[in-house]
Design a protein around this ligand. Sequence first.
Ligand SMILES: Cc1ncc(COP(=O)(O)O)c(C=O)c1O
Length: 367
Amino acid sequence: MNFKVELIDLRSRYKEERKNILKILDKTLNKGNLILTPELEKLEKKIALYTGSRYCLGLNSGTDALMMSLWACNIKKGDEVITSALSFVASAGSIAHLGAIPIFADVKDDLNIDPDKIEQLITKKTKAIMPVHWTGRMCDMDRIVKIAKKHKLIIIEDAAQGMGSFYKGRHAGRFSKVAAFSAHPLKNLNGLGDSGFITTDDKKIYDKVKLYRNHGLAGRDNVKIFGVNSRMDVINAEIINFRLKKLKAVIKKRKRNISFYKKYLKTNKVQIIPDKKYEKNSYVMFITICENRDNLKKYLENHKIQSLIYYGNPLHKHKASKYLPKRVRLTVSEQLASKVLALPHHQGLNETDIQFVCKMINKFYEK
Ligand SMILES: Cc1ncc(COP(=O)(O)O)c(C=O)c1O
């Protein structure tokens, strides 16, 4: 369908950056060296600096970053890792992939893991907590850190959506042993395709992941362990490096979108989750909580406005999760999953676009 207002618009970003991107591609390809070059190291240093971490490692994806973070923390078969029931599948998938068991905790009305629901899930097998900073909003990290300390658990942050997000002045990733970030095209800091990275202060974790991402090769002819191939390629590293300089501006524009939504939405049937004073949301997605969500979505589509359900099924409801232990009811996650709707939100939107979206939403609820 040809939408008048799209949910996401990567083409307009390309239009804006075309000259720079083509220049970077030309420069990088002309060098003729595309894997594990100093350009990647340069980016890793810059991301470490930006996030306030000691180390960063560029990888193939946020999913790999999660998997390698868990692996580097010695999460093994049978270990339990507590994570949010409302997330992208990779949060649970990365845990399951190592043979460990994702244990889902319910969320709060801000869509993030509810710290009050974590302790009841802790057993002798629990090794870690994986909070997910969903939509770029930070989890309640003070509470989660306290629980982890009390029970001697590791924290691994799923900061896939957390680049540019802060909690009490500290960047996402600063509350855990290791954090996994995604630079998927839909993230605020993005590559041309799949890519991701980890941040950590722990030299042992850094060394382990560095070895693992490159086949376990300690030298050209020296395989220390069997690893994988998950190196961020240099084209993505150069593009992300270029885009890192624009990250603040990108988040500013996205914040402006939300302020227009707040200004023009005149119905209490669509809830915009408020930001807390101490958090700096990076607004990767704009997920609202709507009454009569499915009909609103249809109505918007009829008026050529794109929206998307992110996600209609909490993680424990999927077929893949059937074998997992069911410890508690995840009532809030289930309720919210039936109401969440992502509204158009990208850097190319202007006030008139958002005014139009809001006008149609207001009209729908007036009926
Ligand atoms: C919360 C969350 N975790 C993990 C991932 C996985 O990242 P990637 O797509 O880079 O593998 C994503 C990506 O959308 C995500 O949103």
